[in-house]
Design a protein around this ligand. Structure first.
Ligand SMILES: Cc1ncc(COP(=O)(O)O)c(C=O)c1O
Length: 457
């Protein structure tokens, strides 16, 4: 009989699949480890099962206990699946930025979901991990899985994922490519494969601090390291062994999402955004290599969790990752002036020293030399002319924090959105933030969209 004793015995042993069409023209082979084939739907089943087994063995998690974890979804699903089999409860703290499919999935498994703000300083009590730790401490029988620092997370990949890839390629694998969230996957798998001379490549969002980015928000979920500007002490997960990585490939959201979408259409592999990042990096690596090389990329989860995001053309277009099928487009009507910015916390006097007209985006302060700003960091918009009038009427106001005068967050439109469709979404005379690749490139008054499109002048 080949019947598994429970769903948990089906964790791991995932297929390795050769890419055929997206790799056209490349000499090296690119194979993908399809971790969405795990029963809970992601690579995280491995870590979840390993962490629970270890906690039970050590007595940290008692029978009928409560598993608590901060998770962007997949670890929570894995833990909820294990909890169902082992007779525990699962409470999962998730950031409000994750795809709604993941929240629905957690609830479907019977997990209790606690949502918190996704972009908070690490020290903030409501930060995902701090909140999970607190709930675990305050809940009788509570145990915080803490995938970020739990050695059972990387260890299971050293014991399973790494050896599986070595055996599945008959020892021919030369390069491993994976994204880094907690770092468990790349650290454990990489540690095993490095003993066999395999080169380990970290696939990282360009603004992630892991590979030297400014830490500003990006739109691929579950990988990279975001840094809130008010974080005092940025600590990286203990699950991440930086020494295992030989090199990074830094991948922009646009490329990650385009590759994820191509994998579905050209290879029949419906995968999430972080798989797109990994394959985009693998394609770059493979392009430098000859036919004797085998590149293996880890595909952490399925695109089914992101149908409302990366596979939704409206979502992609409104964030400036995709053009609508027909123009005229927003970019045809808007004169791009560049983005005028003021930092939250600046005084009106300081803002008026620099800006005299137009509209100015009030943004989260961040040391950055990029002329654009990640959309979630635009807090509101001010009009210097109005601020000047205010200060003229009452000079004391010149010390006010500009944030107090920023209107509500502006409505964002994609530069490649159909102009009429974008206008239809705007209610009233709101300022309009124009996005390219999820980043604000300019802010204009609504009537800017009424101008005759440049293309038809
Ligand atoms: C979709 C997805 N991709 C990548 C990762 C990163 O894996 P790791 O935490 O092992 O670095 C995760 C982890 O949660 C994930 O859910």
């Amino acid at each position: 009989m080949t019947v598994h004793r429970s769903v948990l015995d089906a964790v791991g042993g995932t297929p390795l699949i050769q890419l055929n069409r997206i790799t056209a023209g490349l000499a090296a082979a690119v194979h993908v480890k399809v971790e969405f084939a795990n029963p809970g739907g992601s690579v995280k089943d491995r870590a979840a099962l390993a962490m629970v087994r270890e906690a039970e063995r050590l007595g940290h998690l008692q029978p009928g206990g409560v598993i608590v974890e901060g998770s962007s979804g997949n670890t929570g699903v894995g833990l909820a699946m294990v909890a169902a089999q082992h007779g525990h409860r699962a409470i999962v703290v998730v950031p409000d930025t994750i795809a709604r499919e993941k929240v629905a999935l957690l609830r479907a498994y019977g997990a209790e979901v606690v949502q918190t703000i996704g972009k908070l300083p690490r020290e903030h009590p409501e930060h995902v991990n701090n909140l999970a730790r607190r709930i675990a401490a305050e809940t009788p029988g509570g145990w915080h899985a803490n995938q970020y620092d739990n050695p059972a997370n990387p260890r299971v990949h050293e014991l399973t994922t790494g050896p599986e890839i070595w055996e599945q390629t008959d020892g021919r694998v030369t390069h491993l490519v994976a994204g880094i969230g907690t770092g468990g996957t790349i650290s454990g798998t990489g540690r095993y494969l490095k003993q066999h001379g395999v080169t380990v490549v970290g696939a990282d969002p360009v603004t992630s601090v892991y590979s030297g980015g400014d830490g500003s928000p990006y739109f691929v979920e579950s990988i990279g390291h975001y840094l809130h500007p008010s974080t005092v002490d940025d600590v990286w997960p203990e699950s991440f062994d930086r020494g295992v990585i030989d090199r990074f490939e830094r991948i922009a959201d646009r490329e990650s999402l385009a590759v994820a979408r191509r994998l579905a259409r050209e290879e029949g592999l419906l995968v999430g955004g972080s798989a797109g990042t990994a394959v985009a990096a693998a394609l770059r690596v493979a392009a430098e290599l000859g036919p004797e090389h085998v590149v293996v990329a880890i595909l952490p989860d399925s695109g089914r969790s992101y149908l409302s995001k990366y596979f939704d053309d409206d979502w992609m277009t409104q964030l400036g990752f995709l053009d609508a099928p027909d123009g005229p487009f927003v970019r045809d009507a808007v004169q791009e002036h560049g983005l005028a910015v003021a930092h939250a916390g600046q005084s009106l006097a300081a803002v008026l020293d620099v800006h005299s007209d137009g509209l100015v985006a009030v943004v989260t302060p961040r040391d950055s030399d990029t002329p654009t700003r990640s959309a979630p960091e635009v807090i509101g918009v001010v009009e210097p002319a109005a601020l000047r009038a205010l200060v003229a009427a009452d000079p004391h106001r010149s010390d006010d924090d500009v944030t107090a005068h920023a209107g509500p967050a502006p409505v964002a439109v994609g530069a490649g959105e159909n102009l009429a469709a974008a206008k239809a979404r705007l209610a009233g005379d709101v300022p309009v933030l124009v996005l390219v690749d999820g980043r604000a490139v300019t802010v204009v008054a609504r009537n800017a969209l009424e101008q005759v499109p440049v293309a038809s002048r």
